[in-house]
Design a protein around this ligand. Structure first.
Ligand code: NDP
Length: 450
């Protein structure tokens, strides 16, 4: 059976040779599926894995826009509709200068399994652009979003494909995208995008959902392994949407968050991070994290150095939450964190730990909550936003938070069931892959060769 999986992996590598991140993500999933695929010879007969690794549709388009000085720029837009087997395509949009097809495909591929794990009827997709929002004025962001939506609107819809935010796309961008969609369609289809502001169809707790969900999952995992989160030292890579609300929930659970970062460097505050100040710097002023020193001169700032371990991982911590970007933790960083006494890693970001580092953590008894399970709270709450939009009704903060918690506990239970059924020890990554895959594979078998 490994032969079938190896064969598919070889084909993926040959066909997508210049898509490093996509090949990495496919390898990470497929090499854990052997015990399931073994039980189902029909998967090979129906080329199920070959179909699963090929997106249903890839859309690439030109995004021209004019900056405040009148200069014309052209970016590239992407939407990869990877799998619609269990529901409308669903997944965020990323605006970042390093976005390319490989990154969007890896994110779309992972989204399939994550969305399946939520237990909600949503397929997998991802999109974005190589547009860099840093330093752009509000008007430039608006014009870019409008141009992006001029094309994207042909390919999305509340029963077809429902984008949301990701890196560089928050409530401001979703607002501009929604406005343009509404104008073009001449209809109020609230459920076409999620992550909307509360005034026009957003859901309470959506903003907090990925970070909160991460900590709900971590709580289940740590409790199961006899670790009390209270008073544990936590460091967090990133200071964006996921990082901020993971920090908030970790603090509410009694942990001490001592470091956060952005792409330039990290701040270390031994007294515990002042999260209100981080929110002001990042959510309101959109400044660099170094700004923190102005109000907290006793804190320390370390610059990231290209090619070296990101500064935030130099700081010893018992719980580490990578909430920034992919491939943040390699083998060398994993060894350093382990040497410094880390007990658990919680992946708020997508694919923040590379495959060698995952293996190292597992072999060294460090718990790892994998992204597909642990950061699924964001998309799950997006699906709750879609439900509320359909009903033309909104739930209270407590109701949504309760549903989110319930979903994260169920995701944890699904992982545990896979661990027990397939004897996976502490390999939560394999467990999440298997649990997500089983649902998608069954749906694909039911629907025939399409
Ligand atoms: P934001 O744009 O709000 O924040 C991103 C943070 O990560 C910023 O602090 C940013 O620093 C840092 N960062 C981004 N790119 C890099 C890079 N190349 N190197 C170092 N640091 C970087 O994004 P989110 O918080 O929404 O997303 C963070 C991660 O979580 C991503 O992997 C995303 O896919 C994942 N995720 C997000 C969900 C959501 O609901 N938003 C849901 C599930 C997963 P700087 O400002 O300097 O760029």
């Amino acid at each position: 059976m490994q032969d079938y999986i190896s064969e598919v992996l070889s084909k993926v590598e040959a066909k997508n040779a210049n898509e490093k991140e996509f090949c990495q993500a496919v390898y990470e999933v497929l090499h854990t599926l052997k015990p399931v695929v073994e039980k189902h010879p029909e998967y090979e007969k129906t080329a199920l894995l070959e179909r699963l690794v090929e997106p249903e549709r890839i859309i690439m388009f030109r995004v021209p826009w004019v900056d405040d000085k009148g200069v014309v720029h052209v970016n590239r837009g992407y939407r990869v509709q990877f799998s619609g087997a269990i529901g409308p395509y669903k997944g965020g949009l990323r605006f970042h200068e390093n976005v390319n097809l490989s990154i969007i495909k890896f994110l779309g591929f992972e989204q399939i399994f994550k969305n399946a794990l939520t237990g909600l009827p949503i397929g997998g997709a991802k999109g974005g652009s190589d547009f860099n929002p840093k330093g752009k004025s509000d008007n430039e962001i608006m014009r870019f979003c409008q141009s992006f939506m001029n094309e994207l609107q042909r390919h999305i819809g509340h029963n077809l494909d429902v984008p949301a935010g990701d890196i560089g796309v928050g409530a401001r961008e979703i607002g501009y995208l929604f406005g343009q969609y509404r104008k073009i369609k001449n209809a109020y289809e609230a459920g076409v995008l999620t992550g909307k502001a509360l005034e026009y169809g957003g859901s309470l707790v959506r903003k907090e959902a990925t970070g909160f969900g991460l900590m709900y999952f971590m709580h289940c995992m740590l409790e199961k392994h006899g670790i009390d989160i209270k008073d544990k030292t936590v460091t967090i890579s990133g200071s964006g949407n996921v990082a901020i609300y993971a920090a908030q929930k970790a603090m509410e659970m009694g942990a001490k968050v001592v470091a956060m970062s952005d792409s330039n460097g990290c701040i270390y505050d031994k007294n515990g991070i002042d999260l209100d100040e981080i929110k002001r710097i990042k959510e309101v002023e959109r400044l660099r994290i170094k700004e923190y020193l102005k109000k907290h001169p006793d804190a320390k700032y370390s610059e990231n150095i290209e090619g070296k371990t990101p500064a935030v991982y130099e700081i010893p911590a018992q719980i580490v939450l990578p909430c920034a970007t992919q491939n943040d933790i390699n083998l060398q960083t994993a060894q350093l964190l382990t040497k410094n006494g880390v007990l658990a890693i919680g992946e708020g970001a997508n694919m923040p730990t590379d495959n060698e580092a995952i293996e190292y953590f597992i072999n060294n008894n460090v718990l790892l909550a994998p992204a597909k399970a642990a950061n699924a709270g964001g998309v799950a709450t997006s699906a709750l936003e879609m439900s509320q939009n359909s009903m033309r009704y909104s739930w209270s903060y407590e109701e949504v938070d309760h549903k989110l918690k319930e979903i994260m506990v169920n995701i944890y239970k699904s992982c545990l069931m896979a661990i027990n059924e397939y004897n996976l020890g502490i390999n939560y990554s394999a467990a999440a892959n298997i649990a997500g895959f089983k649902k998608v594979a069954s749906a694909m078998m039911e629907q025939g060769i399409i």
